[in-house]
Design a protein around this ligand. Structure first.
Ligand code: AMP
Length: 119
């Protein structure tokens, strides 16, 4: 289901500990937790804590250092939880299957099937 952009996103509610998630990494600026509907043996969402950016395009324009931190975090997670190889997916826009408009990276790793993407 697509969220209303005016409501706090489900990810903001996870960051605020209002709803549970399996958190695997957290800093002052970034949080990472398991996707509730995994599409690969390792499927982690890496999310900036700020709700300011809805998409990766907005994030790249507004805070490229924070985007770099997301990517660095993805690499560390793939190294810790798989063999270091991973796919990084940013669904961008409803037409591409984005359902949560709080920018997030899908880190997919571990025995990926050909063509498997987050959606
Ligand atoms: P996207 O479709 O790219 O916006 O990705 C949203 C992702 O968030 C989907 O892969 C969902 O499975 C995942 N998701 C939704 N709610 C939760 C939740 N409460 N905890 C963890 N992952 C979630």
């Amino acid at each position: 289901m697509t969220e209303s952009p005016r409501e706090p996103s489900i990810f903001s509610r996870i960051i605020a500990r209002e709803i549970p998630a399996t958190i695997v990494h957290e800093t002052d600026t970034v949080i990472a937790f398991e996707d509730v509907a995994p599409q690969a043996p390792v499927h982690i969402l890496v999310v900036p804590k700020t709700a300011r950016y809805a998409t990766v395009v907005e994030l790249a324009a507004g805070d490229p250092a924070l985007l770099a931190e997301l990517i660095d975090t993805a690499g560390r997670i793939a190294a810790d939880r798989a063999d270091g190889s991973f796919r990084l997916v940013f669904n961008t826009g409803e037409g591409a299957g984005q359902t949560v408009f709080h920018v997030h990276a899908h880190v997919l790793a571990g025995s990926l099937e050909e063509g498997s993407l987050a959606h």
